[in-house]
Design a protein around this ligand. Structure first.
Ligand SMILES: [Fe+2]
Length: 217
């Protein structure tokens, strides 16, 4: 009769397999959720109502996905996008605790530590001491403010689009410190340094990345 019923050890193995199939991974002390893109978006909308924040999350998510595919991390593209979608999760409600509250929220939802590290590291030298280490984290750090600047420059153009935007136009506005003053040139420059890229190269790549996801839902 024993052959008809799985042994206790087999039951726990079945539960482990089912958890993996459902996007969960067993970890010492609890179950770690691998958040899907849909779940990431739902979480963002749970904490953010402002159109600007939602659009920014979507843009940075799309840009991150493009960079993943371009830099040879195609199999991680969804994860890079999720990092982009969630990176400012706490900013609308907790601007004073930006990247700190974020860790708390994600941890309470069972998010995996690499997602928490990746998103929180873009607040390096601002609100947290978690430095960008992985190339993905350095890209996020560099493009976060830059997408804001490029988006603002694009809106000044007749097309209101990045499709016909050139690096030199962005560089012109870069020098005008009063233009989109909230987009820190210092942080963007530090991001380029972290990546070991020339600023022009970073700007060009980010324009291409923004073209890939402009008007995408
Ligand atoms: Fe951001």
């Amino acid at each position: 009769m024993t052959g008809l019923f799985p042994r206790r050890r087999d039951v726990s193995e079945i539960v482990r397999i089912l958890r993996v199939r459902h996007g969960e991974r067993k970890k010492k002390g609890g179950v770690v959720m691998e958040i899907t893109r849909e779940a990431a978006w739902n979480l963002l909308t749970e904490y953010n109502q402002g159109e600007f924040h939602l659009r920014h999350g979507k843009t940075v998510g799309g840009v991150m996905k493009w960079f993943a595919e371009t830099l040879g991390y195609g199999d991680e593209a969804d994860f890079w996008e999720i990092v982009g979608i969630l990176h400012d999760l706490d900013f609308e409600q907790f601007p004073e605790q930006h990247c700190i509250k974020l860790q708390e929220i994600l941890r309470s939802r069972g998010a995996e530590e690499r997602l928490i590290h990746a998103t929180a590291s873009h607040g390096w030298q601002l609100t947290v001491t978690i430095a960008p280490e992985h190339e993905m984290e350095k890209v996020l750090y560099a493009v976060d403010e830059l997408t804001g600047l490029i988006g603002a420059v694009a809106l000044m153009r007749p097309s209101k689009s990045v499709c016909d935007l050139e690096v030199k136009t962005v560089k012109k506005k870069w020098k005008d410190k009063k233009f989109a003053a909230g987009c820190s040139r210092e942080v963007i420059g530090r991001g380029a340094e972290l990546l070991g890229w020339e600023l022009d190269d970073l700007i060009e790549k980010t324009i291409f990345a923004m073209r890939s996801c402009e008007n995408k839902s």
